[in-house]
Design a protein around this ligand. Structure first.
Ligand SMILES: [Zn+2]
Ligand SMILES: [Zn+2]
Length: 304
């Protein structure tokens, strides 16, 4: 295969995951065969990815990397995420994921109200990174790109405040109940999106991506997302796509005149599940101004 053709065949996957052509080249199977993105092996793997995704979305825009994810390495049985080595980002990951069990006396009936973070989530140091998992289950997410010592220090600080659940070898009873009580969620769709998270980031210096469920559907929101044509291509047809269909679109990306406070929206439908995904790009055009630098400095001191 000539180099230009090979480069073309890895293009969509590079855009969706941040992987390098060099890393992807050995995966190419033959002429004209673009690379796909493997889905999570089973419902449990998809669920872990979806629940982690839903929590860390709260981070907002701290860097050009949405959720602080520089690169995704999607494999069937494990998802590897390279995070930006920024203390404030790592602090948020620990803060949002860390399972906390509230005292029984001041909480409601539903066990889910008594656990914040991801119920049952544990973290373990592995060579070169940190492994997120749930005791007794095979699902795993590997985090890389930073010093595991730093992660441990941040986690230890949280332990002082919340207790040492993150390093307990087993589930607490409340976490188990919260896990069992969780309604059926579109875990597959959320996992698929996390495996393509880079597709939701635009070219600007600050990106944030948020998802939440709404009725039967999912809302996907970016503050400074990519041109809609790129996102639509990456999520619909094509080897890395999800087979989604576009059912409605309001887009100003190709306008030659300025639009003030006008974002774009695209309604997708996932034919496989019948679920709608409503996307909007708020187009805030954020920059790395002094406020943002100050915010980062403040978060570093609070979170790490
Ligand atoms: Zn647009
Ligand atoms: Zn216009």
């Amino acid at each position: 295969m000539n180099p230009a053709a090979a480069l073309h065949l890895t293009a969509d996957r590079r855009r969706s995951t941040g992987e390098s052509h060099q890393a992807l080249h050995p995966l190419l199977s033959g002429p004209g065969q673009g690379l796909s993105i493997p889905a999570a092996r089973d419902a449990e793997q998809a669920r872990l990815e979806a629940e982690v995704f839903q929590r860390v979305c709260a981070m907002g825009g701290l860097s050009c990397h949405a959720l602080g994810i520089v690169r995704v390495r999607p494999q069937e049985d494990v998802l590897t995420l390279r995070l930006v080595d920024e203390p404030a980002v790592l602090g948020h990951w620990v803060e949002f994921l860390y399972p906390r069990v509230s005292d029984i006396r001041d909480a409601g009936e539903d066990p889910r109200d008594r656990v914040s973070g991801v119920p049952g989530l544990r973290s373990a140091r592995v060579p070169g990174g940190v492994r997120l998992y749930r005791p007794g289950l095979k699902a795993a997410i590997l985090l890389r790109g930073f010093s595991p010592d730093r992660w441990e220090r941040i986690a230890a600080k949280r332990e002082g405040v919340y207790g040492s659940v993150l390093r307990r070898p087993d589930w607490t009873t409340v976490e188990e109940a919260a896990y069992d009580a969780q309604r059926v969620q579109p875990f597959d769709i959320l996992s698929s999106l996390l495996r393509r998270i880079r597709a939701t980031a635009g070219a600007g210096p600050v990106n944030s991506t948020d998802v939440w469920t709404s009725g039967r559907g999912i809302r996907l929101e970016t503050t400074d997302g990519p041109p809609c044509s790129d996102l639509v291509r990456l999520l619909t047809k094509g080897p890395c796509g999800l087979g989604w269909e576009v059912t409605a679109k309001t887009c100003t990306c190709r306008c030659d005149h300025p639009h003030t406070s006008t974002g774009c929206s695209v309604d997708f439908l996932d034919p496989a599940t019948g679920r709608p995904v409503w996307y909007s790009n708020l187009k805030w055009n954020r920059t790395l101004d002094d406020n943002r630098v100050e915010t980062l400095a403040r978060l570093r001191s609070v979170l790490t």
